[in-house]
Design a protein around this ligand. Structure first.
Ligand code: IPD
Ligand code: CA
Ligand code: CA
Ligand code: CA
Length: 261
């Protein structure tokens, strides 16, 4: 079994170095390219940061599989053994436009089970970390246990297009909450859930968008599922519903009603 304390120390060191490198690169003009569409961006910083993190992981855990967002060479088809999910810049659009509200994320799995996750909020120099038997924390401060708030009592993070089209009743779900937030970074949204600011998040996500959060928040009582209530599969993208147990139940009922009506 992997030593989680040592893993946390290693990941913290990598993320702190990675942050310094990102901040230094932000002093120069970014090289920005598009991928699948004009809003799907990748920069020189995303690419170089992924290479840096992969190099660190391979040096410390030579047998690990690695699933990183950028580049075709780092894609795993299996969750057997030790797997690291890497999102080198989460919220690239925010990174390019706002120079704020973006994250670096690492999620660690053993035989498909979430073990450890870390989300680095670069501009606020905060690492949210947690995992199996490893209490949720912000840097060195333990975070309080999450309250099981109902949907009506909390703010919810939503995916913009899903909200605009009321897909799976997502706009109605927003109306049933205390208010909707669209942050533009899955990692920053999950970090807000960890800190009790939001009670949930609904979005279409890739494995590296959700892997760290599932490890951190799944062990802190947040329920993660697909819209039909089934478990996430970390080899495929899809819609993720993450929320406190009470809110999750209400969301499932509203989505199910929308699908059957
Ligand atoms: C994106 C952000 C965004 C979410 C997208 C993700 P990226 O990640 O987390 O908030 O809505 O689905 O792809 O591409 O900037 O790493
Ligand atoms: Ca991207
Ligand atoms: Ca991402
Ligand atoms: Ca990314």
């Amino acid at each position: 079994m992997i030593n989680i304390e040592r893993l946390h120390q290693n990941v913290t060191t990598w993320l702190k170095t990675s942050r310094q490198r990102v901040l230094a690169l932000m002093n120069d003009p970014l090289t920005v390219a598009t991928k699948s569409n004009r809003n799907d961006l990748v920069t020189n910083v995303d690419r170089t940061n992924q290479q840096f993190l992969i190099g660190q992981i391979q040096a410390a855990y030579p047998d690990a599989r690695i699933e990183g967002e950028e580049g075709k060479d780092q894609k795993t088809k299996s969750l057997d053994g030790l797997v690291f999910f890497v999102d080198p810049i989460d919220g690239t659009m925010n990174f390019v436009k706002e120079h704020n509200y973006f994250a670096i994320m690492i999620g660690v799995y053993v035989d498909g089970k979430p073990v450890y996750g870390a989300i680095m909020d670069v501009m606020h120099d905060t690492i949210i970390a947690g995992g199996h038997g490893f209490a949720m924390r912000a840097n060195d401060t333990r975070l309080p246990a999450l309250a099981d708030e109902p949907l009506a009592a909390g703010l919810i993070g939503l995916n913009g297009p899903m909200h605009a089209h009321n897909r799976l009743a997502v706009a109605d779900i927003g109306m049933a909450s205390s208010g909707v937030r669209m942050i533009g970074s899955a990692g920053m949204t999950f970090a807000d859930i960890a800190q009790g600011a939001l009670i949930g998040y609904i979005s279409y996500l890739q494995p590296w968008d959700v892997a760290a959060a599932l490890a951190i928040l799944g062990h802190a009582g947040v329920i993660f599922s697909r819209p039909d209530g089934s478990q996430l599969d970390l080899l495929t993208p899809g819609i993720v519903v993450a929320a406190t147990p009470q809110a999750h139940q209400t969301i499932m009922t509203m989505m199910n009603d929308a699908a059957t009506n």
